[in-house]
Design a protein around this ligand. Structure first.
Ligand SMILES: [Zn+2]
Length: 201
C-alpha cells in the first residue's frame, strides 16, 4: 500500500503509483517504495557488483545507526532495500534516509537505471517494472521484459519447490544458521527477525 505520507513523497519524486507500490526513475536510479503491516520500505534496483556492495555496506551500516526507525539497509538478492519500523515520525526519517542513501550511491560508480540489473545490458529506455512477491516480501525491479519473464519463472519454481518441501520452524532456523554461521550472531538475529514473520509454519 502507499498511504498519504508516502504517497506525497513519491509524488514529489515524480514516481508513479500502481498496485500498491510507488516506482519510477529518480535522478539516475530505479526506485520503488511501499508500506505494509507496521513498516515502510524503499528499494533501489541497479546492476550492483558484489565487491561494490561489500564496500557500500559499511557506509550503509553507519547510516542505519543514525536512524532509529530503520530496521535495516541491506542488499537482498542484489537489490538495495531499506526498511523502517512505522511509527509517528517515521516518514521524516524515511525521507532523510532516502536522500542519504542516494548520496552514498553517488560516491560509487553505480550503473544508471537503464542498465538491466539482471543481465547488465542497456535497455535503451525499454525497461519494464515488475513486482515480485516471495515469502510475502515485495521486490520491485526495472529490467528487460525477457529478463523479468525469466525471473518470474525462477520465482515460481522456488514457490513450487517450497510448497513441495515444507520446513518446520526448527529446520528453518537451522538452515539460517548454516547460511549466517560465519557471520556474527547479530546478523543471524537480524535475518531471523526479517524472515520469520513471512514464513508459514
Ligand atoms: Zn536484462
Amino acid at each position: 500500500m502507499v498511504f498519504y505520507g508516502l504517497r506525497k513523497f513519491a509524488r514529489e519524486l515524480g514516481l508513479e503509483i500502481q498496485s500498491g507500490v510507488a516506482y519510477g526513475i529518480y535522478e539516475r536510479y530505479a526506485v520503488s517504495m511501499w508500506e505494509g503491516n507496521g513498516y515502510k520500505a524503499f528499494n533501489i534496483s541497479a546492476k550492483f557488483e558484489d565487491d561494490l556492495c561489500k564496500k557500500m555496506e559499511m557506509e550503509l551500516m553507519e547510516l542505519e545507526a543514525n536512524y532509529r526507525r530503520v530496521a535495516y539497509i541491506r542488499f537482498i538478492e542484489g537489490v538495495l532495500e531499506a526498511r523502517f519500523v512505522d511509527n509517528p515520525g517515521t516518514m521524516k526519517q524515511f525521507r532523510n534516509c532516502f536522500f542519504n542513501v542516494l548520496s552514498v550511491l553517488d560516491e560509487y560508480e553505480i550503473p544508471d537505471a537503464d542498465i538491466c540489473p539482471k543481465c547488465g545490458l542497456p535497455m535503451y529506455g525499454q525497461g519494464v517494472w515488475s513486482l515480485f512477491k516471495l515469502y510475502g516480501r515485495k521486490s520491485c525491479l526495472y529490467t528487460h521484459e525477457h529478463c523479468a519473464a525469466a525471473m518470474e519463472r525462477e520465482v515460481n519454481r522456488q514457490i513450487e519447490w517450497d510448497r513441495q518441501h515444507p520446513m518446520s520452524k526448527e529446520e528453518f532456523i537451522e538452515s539460517m544458521m548454516e547460511i549466517h554461521g560465519d557471520e556474527s550472531l547479530e546478523e543471524l538475529e537480524l535475518a531471523l527477525l526479517f524472515w520469520l514473520p513471512h514464513m508459514n509454519f
